[in-house]
Each structure stands twice: as structure tokens, then as C-alpha cells.
Design a protein around this ligand. Structure first.
Ligand code: 13P
Ligand code: SF4
Length: 316
């Protein structure tokens, strides 16, 4: 029997990338090795912007499905690969199209501002898409008396209501990673590290956000840590981002806040199970076999494109 030659995923991925003229885009919540091999790492907005301007023939999206859908909507002619098509998002699941359409139709005088963490079908029912990086800026561009529906993240919506002084009507969705952080564990960590900055993603509930010294999207949190070298940080977002924080600021200390579900026992509980479905092996196989491919019908693309392009224009 011939011994099986192990595959060097890094070498093979790099070789396939050249052969296919592919670009690998990765979100900050991906596994460290995927972040390290990606051509571009970013938050949801940066990845959408990068997808909109790439000249590659194939986009390999290391993130979750709604992100890959965004890349496909902006590049209908390109092949978009997602290493695991089952990589979903609890915010997407919390907002199915039929009840959302009913909710929207019950409020015809409202503009629908939707967080990018939703399906293409929900995008098609929206007026403007936003991400955590540009939501405040975009909402502030709308007339003060404009009634607004914000979906699907109720915690991000509540945070934005507070920041913008609006009274947006909120959909009842949550991110399963950010809603779970334990306030008790955070207070214990604050006591142990009194000089640490508490940095939080706005998908967290208000009882966590009220402890935060700085609130922002993943890219904003990273920027904040880079601006404070050699300091300590208690991190209230998915722990994958800590890889980039440590790379940029080797002299700083980062403490991931544990989830409430595990009583502080398990730091892995603050990782996104969907983001972590992508692995180096699946990334390699998706490129070798050119599958799984993310596809949308031309009708789905046309319907979802307008609010997404509006977002890109309004965030300039
Ligand atoms: P950002 O990439 O906008 O920071 O959002 C975080 C997130 O939860 C992505 O799924
Ligand atoms: Fe969705 Fe939360 Fe995972 Fe982001 S971290 S993909 S919002 S479940």
C-alpha cells in the first residue's frame, strides 16, 4: 500500500490562487491560519469594498454566507467560492423573509435600514444596507423626521438609537456570540486588570456596552488597540480578532471575555461556530474542486444590489 502524501495546504492554496487568478478575502473572525494566508483581511464593510473593486476572476470568501452573497451581488460575473456553504449567521436566521416582509408592509412610511448580516432576500426588502462601521454615518445622513425600521440586530439597533437620537423600530434578532458575554466574568477581569481598556462590538447587549471604554466595529477595535501600544485590553467581541491585535501590538495584552453559558470556564465559547466552519483543508478543497460555489439567480442579484450599492456610496 502506498503511503498517503500529506498535502501542504499553504503551498497548494498559494499555487491554486495563482493558477485560478483568485483572491482570498477573510474576515477577522476566521481561524489564524486562514487570516495568515488571505490576500485581504477586514471587517464586513472592508470586505464588501474589496470585493467591489477586485480584478481577480475568482473570489474565495473566508467568512460566512451573507458575506459571500454580498461579493456575488457585487460581482455577478465572477465565481465566488465559500469553503463551507453551511457557514450561516444567527442574525440571518433570526430574520426570515416572509415575516419581515409583513413587518415592513405594516409600516409603509418607514425606510428600511438593514444590517449587512442578513440574507440576499432580506437585502432585497431593504432600502439601505449598513455595517457596524458605517451605520451611524449613514443614519445621520437621513432626514431627522424620517421613520426607520432597523433589522435584524436589536442590540446594534438600540446602540444606534442612543448614538443618533433616533427612535428606530427594531427587529428582534441577536448575534449568538455577542449576546452571550458574561457581565460577571467581565467584572472579575476588570478587577484583575484595573488598567485594561474594555473594548466592545456594538452587537453586545447594553449591560455589557455600559462597561466599555471604546465601542466599534472589528476594524475600529483593532485601530483603537494599535493607537494604544503596550496596554491591556478586555475584548468583548469574537476572539478571532485577537490574532491581528497581537500581530500589530506584540507588547500589549489582550484578554477575551468569556461567555455567560460556560460560567467563565471556556474562552472558546466566545468564538463564532459559523465563522469557524471554514478550515485550511476546506479552503484548499474548495479551490482545488472549485466547489462549493455561492450562486444566486439573476433576479436575486438585481433585487439585492440597489441597497448594497447605496451603502457603498453613502459610506464614501
Ligand atoms: P463587523 O465585521 O462589521 O465588525 O461585524 C462583526 C460581525 O459580527 C460579522 O459577522
Ligand atoms: Fe453572525 Fe455573530 Fe457569527 Fe458574526 S459573529 S457571523 S453576527 S453569529
Amino acid at each position: 500500500m502506498n503511503p498517503v502524501t500529506p498535502v501542504d495546504y499553504e503551498d497548494e492554496i498559494r499555487r491554486l490562487k495563482r493558477e485560478m487568478n483568485a483572491v482570498i478575502l477573510a474576515h477577522y473572525y476566521q481561524e489564524d491560519d486562514i487570516q495568515d494566508i488571505a490576500d485581504f483581511i477586514g471587517d464586513s464593510l472592508q470586505l464588501a469594498q474589496e470585493a467591489a473593486k477586485t480584478s481577480a476572476d475568482v473570489i474565495v470568501f473566508c467568512g460566512v454566507r451573507f458575506m459571500a452573497e454580498g461579493a456575488k451581488i457585487l460581482n455577478p460575473e465572477k465565481q465566488v467560492l465559500l469553503p463551507d456553504l453551511a457557514a450561516g449567521c444567527s442574525l440571518e436566521t433570526s430574520c426570515p423573509p416572509a415575516p419581515f416582509k409583513k413587518f415592513r408592509d405594516e409600516h409603509p412610511d418607514h425606510l428600511v435600514v438593514t444590517y449587512i448580516n442578513c440574507s440576499a432576500a432580506i437585502k432585497a426588502l431593504s432600502d439601505i444596507i449598513v455595517t457596524s462601521s458605517n451605520a451611524e454615518k449613514i443614519i445621520n445622513q437621513l432626514p431627522r423626521d424620517q421613520k426607520i425600521i432597523f433589522a435584524p440586530d436589536k442590540f446594534l439597533g438600540a446602540y444606534l438609537n442612543k448614538k443618533t437620537g433616533r427612535d428606530m423600530r427594531l427587529w428582534n434578532g441577536t448575534c449568538l456570540v455577542h449576546e452571550r458575554f458574561s457581565e460577571r466574568e467581565l467584572i472579575k477581569l476588570k478587577t484583575a486588570h484595573p488598567k485594561a481598556h474594555v473594548i466592545a462590538h456594538p452587537e453586545c447587549p447594553e449591560e455589557l456596552l455600559r462597561h466599555a471604554d471604546f465601542i466599534g466595529s472589528t476594524s475600529a477595535l483593532l485601530k483603537f488597540t494599535i493607537a494604544h501600544p503596550g496596554e491591556e485590553f478586555l475584548v468583548l467581541t469574537e476572539a478571532g480578532i485577537i490574532h491581528q491585535m497581537e500581530k500589530h501590538s506584540p507588547g500589549s495584552r489582550f484578554y477575551p471575555v468569556p461567555s455567560a453559558l460556560d460560567g467563565g470556564a471556556c474562552v472558546a465559547c466566545n468564538t463564532c461556530p459559523y465563522m469557524k466552519m471554514n478550515t485550511m483543508e476546506k479552503l484548499y478543497l474548495s479551490m482545488r474542486d472549485r466547489t462549493p460555489e455561492l450562486t444566486l439567480t439573476p433576479a436575486e442579484i438585481t433585487a439585492a444590489k440597489k441597497p448594497l450599492v447605496r451603502m457603498l456610496e453613502m459610506s464614501k
